[in-house]
Design a protein around this ligand. Structure first.
Ligand code: 6PG
Length: 468
């Protein structure tokens, strides 16, 4: 019993996290049923010590107590079967950490079952992909705060660092870690969709070449739009396979896949009655992309004279920068709003300022803008909505004309910009003291006697709308 942490599942993520730990001089162990994965682990060069096992008994027996066992296996049933296999070998007080993208409801159930057995359970969101896992991910651990202390030094050491601060913090009780990671992914979906719409306008509306898009994104990545997703998009716009003169991007099928976290974000937001229109739209557009046969038929049926915009190219690219900035802020704002509502509803006690801090590095949605989000919640941790922050409002007002120009011009020309449009309309509704919802109430009362409330008068009212 000498290893401070054991990893179950030596796929790319599990292996890379383990190697990262070993590189930080933690003695760690890995387990996988697949002997070739254990073999591959032993061939890796690391500063510290890492040992692989194919025997679960020996693996568990090698861990120092209280044991910390981390799972990096595909979310869903496999997590349950891994837990079922290891729990009989554990002792009271040991800790199981699920590092996959598990549904927060599953985490609640597992935590309850394991706590009944005297074990601690952590659902920990890990973001940053393979590269992040190896060199510094952003991590979102949720569970019993005392149990966290055992593994805190390991996670702080291996996390990405921004200004020397580790991109990991205790998130809150129960399933809060998985919940926050799910919302992270929802924001990820939205920003990816917004960038894809920008690409659509550039390619179809402005006729920009890959090189021009590459240059534009390179410039943007040096400004307020600086972010991991803008940075990789810049590189995608320049990537050609060796020997090819064509962008790889141009030969990739336009049907997007997903593993569920975006959908879960939208589902839970609906349950909590908390609007996240940019994320919803992103999920829907991935789904629409899969109906290729219908789209192909509709393209013939509704063909028009092309989508070229008659605009000054340079000026319109400037407007696009404003639109992408504006809508990216909306995507983050909706995600943060959802977190604040879930925090109340589920008793997570989330510290939004800290969550923004640990998202600044290591994760997929890392960006310069997260510092502004941090500042806003640091100033006022009860801020009801990010767009109510004065500094952010000033930026948003400055980007509004470009935002409107992009949505109006693109839609007038027939270029689909659903997440742009949804974000802008959300904004316009949010800044409406009077929404047209009085009419909805009147209609509900008209056909179903659902009643309504009156301005300046207490009580609930019903009207016989049709005169006999
Ligand atoms: C991350 C990513 C990661 C995963 C995405 C992909 O934070 O590192 O979010 O968790 O790559 O969830 O999700 P889809 O397959 O649903 O696009």
């Amino acid at each position: 019993d000498q290893y401070v942490l054991g990893m179950v599942g030596l796929g790319v993520m599990g292996r890379n996290l383990l190697l990262n730990m070993a590189d930080h001089n933690f003695k760690v162990a890995g387990y996988d049923k697949d002997a070739s994965k254990v073999e591959a682990l032993s061939k890796e060069k690391v500063k510290g010590e890492v040992k692989g096992f194919t025997s679960l008994q020996e693996f568990i027996g090698s861990l120092s107590k209280p044991r910390a066992v981390m799972l990096l296996v595909p979310a869903g049933k496999i997590v349950d079967s891994a837990i079922a296999e290891i729990t009989p070998l554990l002792d009271k007080g040991d800790l199981i950490i699920d590092g996959g993208n598990s549904h927060f409801m599953d985490t609640n159930r597992r935590a309850e079952e394991l706590e009944a057995k005297g074990l601690h359970f952590f659902g920990m969101g890990v973001s940053g992909g393979e590269e992040g896992a190896r060199n510094g991910p952003s991590m979102m651990p949720g569970g019993d705060p005392n149990a966290y202390k055992v593994v805190q030094p390991i996670f702080e050491a291996i996390a990405a660092k921004v200004n020397g601060e580790p991109c990991v913090t205790y998130i809150g009780p129960g399933s809060s870690g998985n919940f926050v990671k799910t919302v992270h992914n929802g924001i990820e979906y939205a920003i990816m969709q917004l960038i894809a719409e920008t690409y659509e306008v550039m390619r179809k509306g402005l006729g920009l070449t890959g090189e021009q898009m590459h240059d534009t994104f390179r410039g943007w990545n040096e400004g307020r739009l600086q972010s991991f997703l803008v940075e990789i998009t810049r590189d995608i716009f320049a990537y050609k396979e060796p020997g090819s003169s064509q962008l790889l991007l141009d030969s990739i099928k336009d049907e997007a896949r997903s593993k569920g976290t975006g959908k879960w974000t939208s589902q839970v937001a609906m349950d909590l009655q908390l609007p996240i229109t940019a994320i919803d739209t992103a999920v829907s557009m991935r789904d629409l992309s899969k109906y290729k046969a219908i789209r192909t038929q509709a393209a013939k049926l509704y063909a028009d004279n092309g989508l070229k915009l008659s605009v000054d190219q340079a000026k319109f690219v400037q407007a696009l920068e404003e639109a992408l900035y504006f809508t990216t802020v909306i995507a983050y704002a909706q995600g943060m709003h959802l977190l604040s509502q879930a925090s109340k509803e589920y008793g997570y006690n989330l510290q939004l300022a800290n969550i923004a801090l640990i998202w600044r590095g290591g994760c997929i949605i890392r960006s310069t803008f997260l510092q502004s989000i941090h500042n806003a919640y640091k100033k006022d941790n009860t801020l009801p909505h990010l767009l109510l922050d004065a500094d952010i409002a000033a930026q948003m007002k400055g980007a509004l004309s470009g935002m409107r120009q992009v949505v109006s011009t693109a839609t007038a020309t027939g270029i689909s910009v659903p997440a742009f449009a949804a974000s802008l309309s959300y904004f316009d509704a949010l800044r409406s003291e009077h929404m047209p919802s009085n009419l909805i109430q009147a209609q509900r009362d008209f056909f179903g006697a659902h009643t309504y409330e009156l301005i300046g008068k207490e009580g609930v009212f019903h009207t016989q709308w049709t005169k006999k």
